[in-house]
Design a protein around this ligand. Structure first.
Ligand code: G3P
Length: 226
């Protein structure tokens, strides 16, 4: 499973890239609003993210009609070669995804909450689909169950002919809120987990690592002083 960072914060992206294990970045309008982003600066901001992280960078189209989404998608894709256009799973979103995929533009279909939505995203040529885990948990349903169903269903079929350049669709486990979500996403076979920076930090940490390190350091002091 690859790790993407779910943020629009350049400091977080720079830091996570420096750890050496980051494969991509996902953003959305809420994450961009959270860092105080402006409409005028949005393309430049996406470009800055694409410079920091060489992997796929998802930038979301906010139009509601297929024509608007297609136009935005083309503009976003022109910012940098690693931009992936993020589009919600709606009728208009599916139609726009098909049109953009036919032009060779990669799409990440987002706000996916069901197997039929994921199958339709794959058939419309999406390069990625993002099932949301945590938002199911928010309404007292099991987001990991839904993620599991989507992975099993997609693995039943071959979507290489539907997508861009014969690439198969990849599942991005999104709306990740905990290290357990990360663990379970990997065990279920998600291709990617997109995680907030605070969760990524927790993924590195373990109390037994800290304890073990403290005792190794203490013992090494004894060696140095012997
Ligand atoms: O990138 C979309 C998704 O990860 C949002 O997560 O925490 O707002 O449900 P969340």
């Amino acid at each position: 499973m690859k790790f993407f960072l779910d943020t629009a914060d350049l400091k977080e992206i720079k830091e996570a890239v420096s750890w050496g294990a980051l494969a991509g970045v996902t953003t959305n309008p809420s994450l961009y609003a959270r860092i105080g982003g402006t409409l005028a600066d949005f393309p430049a901001h996406i470009d800055r993210i694409c410079t920091l992280c060489k992997g796929p960078v998802s930038a979301e189209a906010v139009g509601t009609t297929r024509d608007e989404i297609i136009r935005e998608g083309r503009e976003l894709a022109a910012i940098a070669s690693n931009v992936v256009v993020k589009i919600p799973v709606t009728v208009e979103g599916l139609a726009a995804t098909r049109a953009l995929a036919d032009e060779g533009i990669r799409v990440n279909m987002t706000l996916c909450f069901s197997v039929p939505q994921a199958l339709l995203a794959a058939r419309s040529g999406a390069r990625y689909v993002s099932p949301f885990v945590g938002r199911f948990d928010d309404i007292s349903e099991d987001g990991l169950d839904q993620l599991s169903n989507i992975i099993v269903a997609l693995n039943n079929y071959d979507f290489t002919q539907a997508g861009v350049n014969g690439e198969n669709i990849e599942v991005i486990a999104a709306s990740i809120r905990s290290t357990n979500h990360v663990t379970q996403a990997a065990l279920l076979g998600a291709d990617i987990a997109t995680v907030p920076f605070n969760v990524l930090k927790k993924c590195v940490e373990h109390p037994l690592t800290n304890n073990g390190l403290a005792s190794f350091n203490a013992d090494w002091e004894k060696v140095r002083n012997a």
